[in-house]
Design a protein around this ligand. Structure first.
Ligand code: FAD
Ligand code: SIN
Length: 538
């Protein structure tokens, strides 16, 4: 199969880019691939909203820029922060024009929320299901474009580069080029190659590497892992953001339900087992301190008391007001016997967001030619050592737009026809010597071990010995999984395990390189900040 523009991922980043190139190039084909259903993305689960300076009377670009820089703890790229904050407002207006609706006051102004680290009310939201509303609007707009083809249940295995033409490709090879991808079509169980003039990687996050995460099952870091295998540049993987308040439900594995930070923005108070509002002891901003601080404080309270959760107290809210802003959370809590007007909500931190990823420049270009990256899989320089709440939907749209502008400016846009000879040389996927997996337990048990070791050794608080142990155990998992991969027919489960091991290895490597504590990376053996500011390039 051939396509002019190939987009991997149907979340906010992929859909925004696809819409824009399709609109500008009606004669060219845009193909979007997604590994499960089209709307099963991190985007769909976003609750709190999207940050943007919409109230110029009380807010300003400078304030939003400053809040982002403070959260990022010295590692944000100021130029990129300015780009995202300033261009973000236009992107928000655009998605509204595509049909997304955000809550409004009776006078027609947007209802603006507040979250940790924000000095002003600037979060647009659609009740507590903002991501679902944005995803809905984007998918509806995609349907209206006849030159876009969205293929669901299509698992991308690897990026095709010169390596597949038989050349030696290393990290120092200049001009590594992306020609397209190999995919496992889950409807036919066949492996195909899809060749593309330009590829956009918008494959999302990697929260599934941890035992407890707010991310859905699709978030296994496939894009980062593919780019690493293709010898592209990855950076800052040690900065994994743990959301302070995922709903604690004993026995629930996989995805945890999020209790949005907007609840604390509206006045929710964190309390420990003794009922103490403990955040006062940790930070003058109390419950609305940046996420890294709140998550560490909760982790400490849980360790001191030997418990598996703390509480979020909303008993002082008016029930009607709570239901108006957070209907989904209200229902979810009720479904597990928690009536927020009488009971406190049990909460615990959970892996939530990957601040690092595929290194891009300010136009979304990766170190591999013809390959862009945007959204959570990318590391643009916006988040630094810790992402400010509600900045990621904004970043995804701004960088999808910038990548689209850059794509349009390239002279070889849609260059497939000129490359016919080379395309014919790209081999089909080689599955010789492999057979169907005999025992799925070999995969499922390794996934469990991986999640456990990452949560116990590479979680909110780290130290050198734990990182060393994690590395040793990952080596073994890597060795066993590569051996399995050599002899077994590929399946999403096997590929995801392999990708998660790679991502875990990159997180551990980044954490081991960083001899300091900064933002989301806290190592008790290096509790201070280093005077040297640097990104971890992997
Ligand atoms: P995603 O939306 O995750 O989409 C990834 C896509 O890639 C999917 O379609 C997936 O199928 C596809 N894919 C991945 N691997 C493959 C493969 N191998 N083959 C084929 N397809 C593949 N951010 C905010 O700014 N505000 C919020 O309020 C907010 N709340 C959040 C709440 C929750 C519970 C979560 C989990 C995240 C939240 N975030 C929030 C973060 C934000 O939602 C994500 O960072 C953002 O939506 C990521 O968008 P994306 O387009 O990069 O990726
Ligand atoms: C939340 O609603 O608390 C999540 C916001 C975010 O991750 O940006």
């Amino acid at each position: 199969m051939q396509t002019d523009f190939l987009v991997i991922g149907s979340g906010i980043a992929g859909l925004t880019y696809a819409l824009k190139v399709a609109q500008d190039c009606p004669d060219k084909t845009v193909t979007i691939l997604t590994k499960t259903q089209s709307d099963e993305t991190n985007t769909k689960y976003a609750q709190g909203g999207i940050a943007g300076v919409m109230d110029a009377d009380n807010d300003s670009f400078e304030k939003h820029i400053e809040d982002t820089l403070v959260a990022g703890d010295g590692l944000c790229n100021r130029h990129v922060v300015e780009i995202v904050v300033k261009e973000g407002v236009e992107r928000i207006r655009e998605i509204i024009a595509w049909g997304a609706q955000f809550d409004k006051e009776p006078d027609g102004d947007f209802k603006l929320g507040k979250e940790g680290g924000h000095s002003e009310y600037r979060i647009l939201h659609h009740k507590d299901v903002t991501g679902m509303e944005m995803e809905r609007a984007l998918l509806a707009a995609i349907k209206r474009r006849p030159n876009i083809r969205l293929i669901s249940h299509c698992f991308v295995l690897d990026i095709i580069t010169q390596h597949h033409l038989g050349y030696l490709v290393t990290k120092s090879t200049p001009d590594i080029e992306c020609y397209g991808v190999y995919v496992l079509d889950l409807s036919t169980n066949k492996i195909e190659k899809i060749l593309a003039g330009t590829t956009m990687l918008a494959s999302g996050g990697n929260g599934q590497v941890y035992r407890t995460t707010t991310n859905p099952a699709i978030a296994t870091g496939d894009g980062v892992s593919m780019v690493y295998r293709a010898k592209g540049r990855i950076e800052n993987m040690e900065f994994i953001q743990f959301h302070p308040t995922a709903l604690y439900e004993p026995g629930v594995r996989g995805q945890s339900f999020l209790i949005t930070e907007a609840v604390r923005g509206d006045g929710g108070i964190l309390r420990n087992q003794n009922g103490e509002a403990f955040m006062e002891r940790y930070d003058p901003r109390k419950d609305l301190a940046p996420r890294d601080i709140v998550a560490r404080a909760i982790d400490n309270e849980m360790k001191v008391a030997g418990t598996e959760h703390v509480f979020l107290d909303c008993r002082h809210f008016s029930r009607e007001k709570f239901i108006e802003h957070f209907p989904n959370i209200y229902e979810k809590c009720l479904s597990i016997g928690v009536d927020i007007s009488k009971d406190m909500i049990p909460v615990a931190p959970a892996a939530h967001y990957s601040c690092g990823g595929i290194k891009t420049d300010e136009w979304g270009r990766t170190s591999i030619k013809n390959l862009y990256a945007a959204g959570e899989c990318a590391s643009t320089g916006l988040h630094g050592a810790n992402r400010l709440a509600s900045n990621s939907l904004l970043e995804a749209m701004v960088f999808a737009h910038r990548a689209y502008l850059d794509t349009m400016a390239q002279s070889n846009t849609g260059s497939l026809s000129r490359e016919k000879n080379r395309n014919e040389l790209i081999p089909d996927w080689n599955a010789s010597g492999t057979s169907s997996p005999r025992e799925m337990i070999l995969i499922t048990q390794s996934v469990k071990e991986l999640k456990l070791l990452m949560s116990d050794y590479v979680g909110i608080v780290r130290n050198n010995e734990r990182l060393l142990r994690a590395n040793r155990r990952l080596d073994l998992l890597h060795e066993e999984t590569e051996a399995l991969y050599e002899r077994t027919a590929v399946s999403p489960q096997l590929c995801e395990l392999r990708n998660m091991i790679t991502v875990a290895y990159l997180i551990v490597k980044g954490a081991s390189f960083r001899h300091e504590s900064r933002g989301l990376h806290y190592n008790t053996d290096f509790p201070e900040k280093s005077p040297i500011l640097q990104n971890t390039i992997l």
